[in-house]
Design a protein around this ligand. Structure first.
Ligand SMILES: C=CC(=O)SCCNC(=O)CCNC(=O)[C@H](O)C(C)(C)COP(=O)(O)OP(=O)(O)OC[C@H]1O[C@@H](n2cnc3c(N)ncnc32)[C@H](O)[C@@H]1OP(=O)(O)O
Ligand SMILES: NC(=O)C1=CN([C@@H]2O[C@H](COP(=O)(O)OP(=O)(O)OC[C@H]3O[C@@H](n4cnc5c(N)ncnc54)[C@H](O)[C@@H]3O)[C@@H](O)[C@H]2O)C=CC1
Length: 335
């Protein structure tokens, strides 16, 4: 391990608020953990953008190295689960929130947070999937467990050009579902969304148009919703009998107002998706699928950008503005 290494560090100051810069850290600056990882790639999620904001609600203490995702090689380990040279993924749990995360050449982590890099994925692909793709896969898994099959009708994916949305389209289409993509970028990105596997692309305005009364026309067998906001209430009114909504995010807002009617008249389910504390058995099952029959090949081929630590400020601002398309990986050291 190098004596000094680079990390992107957030610090809180009385006058300036939260600042971010690339700093040289030492091994002893790393927090406690039983596994030290040399990081090869991290990724950019909406939550990483929130982490840079003083009132973003994500970072629990300063200084902090953000980056909720990382992949790399185990350098040192006192855990029986991992040995030096093992390739591991970390998503969610404390890194980037209350423990130094992935925007760094090294991380010291708790072995309970780590998943072995699954067969079928390179390190770059694992981060192109990252928390967003893992959340998309958890959403699809929830729909399948709710009994939603491809023959039941169309699946609406909101925030379709985003990380969760684009990965969800690629996985659903690969599994034979018919996908309608809702996007705020229809004019610029319709072709990309169709290449990912959407058979229909509609504007956010069309998808979210207010419906008079408590119920609407039955349109969707299910919804994968990383955007939520007040329009979630309109989506609930349009889910068909026995359908389901997997809600994972809040880029459209955190509040919505609904009635019980879609639930009691059409027996629909509203399912919350959490990737952060997802239990390890399920985590490993979903990652194995992501390296195998659910691998989002089209999203990996079409929708991934690679940046360096120095390009983070602009990229994190852009994701908060709703400007990101597809996924961005951060190259830290080469594999
Ligand atoms: C990849 C995942 C995602 O992208 S999830 C979306 C990104 N995350 C967020 O936007 C959450 C940001 N958090 C907030 O905005 C706020 O914390 C809040 C609105 C959720 C709650 O704020 P409030 O001021 O009411 O309470 P506290 O911040 O003091 O927290 C209360 C209680 O909740 C626990 N908690 C807060 N944030 C999280 C979190 N991200 N994950 C899990 N738990 C969270 C917090 O620890 C407190 O519980 P306690 O038992 O007292 O520790
Ligand atoms: N529950 C969980 O475990 C997880 C939750 N999330 C949440 O999911 C959401 C999406 O995350 P990412 O895919 O990483 O972000 P992203 O920025 O890549 O995608 C967000 C999408 O939302 C769209 N959007 C922006 N403003 C909007 C608005 N006002 N109305 C509707 N859509 C809007 C964007 O155009 C973009 O397509 C975030 O809220 C994030 O916090 C993400 C991963 C895990």
């Amino acid at each position: 391990m190098k004596e000094q290494f680079q990390a992107y560090v957030l610090r809180q100051h009385d006058q300036e608020g939260v600042t971010a810069s690339i700093e040289q850290l030492k091994k002893e600056d790393l927090p406690n953990g039983d596994v030290t990882v040399q990081i090869h790639y991290s990724s950019v999620n909406y939550k990483d953008g929130l982490a840079t904001l003083e009132k973003g609600g994500v970072v629990r203490q300063y200084p902090m190295v953000p980056g909720i995702d990382l992949v790399g090689t185990v350098e040192e380990s006192v855990s029986a689960r991992f040995a030096p040279g093992d390739r591991v993924i970390s998503t969610g749990f404390e890194p980037g929130v209350s423990h130094y995360g992935g925007y760094s050449e090294y991380a010291r982590l708790q072995s309970e947070w780590l998943v072995p890099l699954p067969q079928g994925l390179s390190e770059q692909e694992a981060m192109a999937i990252g928390t967003a793709g893992f959340t998309a896969a958890l959403s699809v898994d929830a729909l399948i467990h709710a009994g939603i099959s491809p023959d039941m009708g169309k699946i609406l994916v909101t925030g379709a050009t985003g990380g969760v949305g684009s990965m969800a389209i690629a996985i659903l289409a690969k599994l034979g579902y018919t996908v309608t993509a809702s996007t705020g970028k229809k004019q610029q990105e319709e072709a990309l969304l169709r290449s990912l596997g959407a058979s229909e692309v509609i504007s956010r305005e069309e998808a979210d148009a207010p419906i008079k009364g408590a119920m609407g026309k039955q349109q969707w067998a299910a919804v994968v919703d990383p955007t939520a906001g007040p329009a979630l209430a309109e989506r609930l009114k349009q889910v068909q009998y026995g359908g389901a909504v997997a809600v994972s995010g809040l880029t459209g807002g955190s509040d919505f107002e609904s009635t019980v009617f879609p639930f009691i008249l059409r027996g629909i389910q509203l399912m919350g998706i959490d990737s952060v504390y997802c239990p390890m058995t399920k985590r490993e099952r979903i990652w194995a699928k992501l390296g195998g029959e659910w691998k989002p090949d089209r999203a990996l081929a079409l929708g991934v950008r690679e940046i360096t630590l120095g390009q983070l400020p602009h990229t994190l601002e852009n994701i908060l503005r709703g400007g990101a398309v597809g996924r961005t990986v951060v190259r830290i050291c080469s594999e």
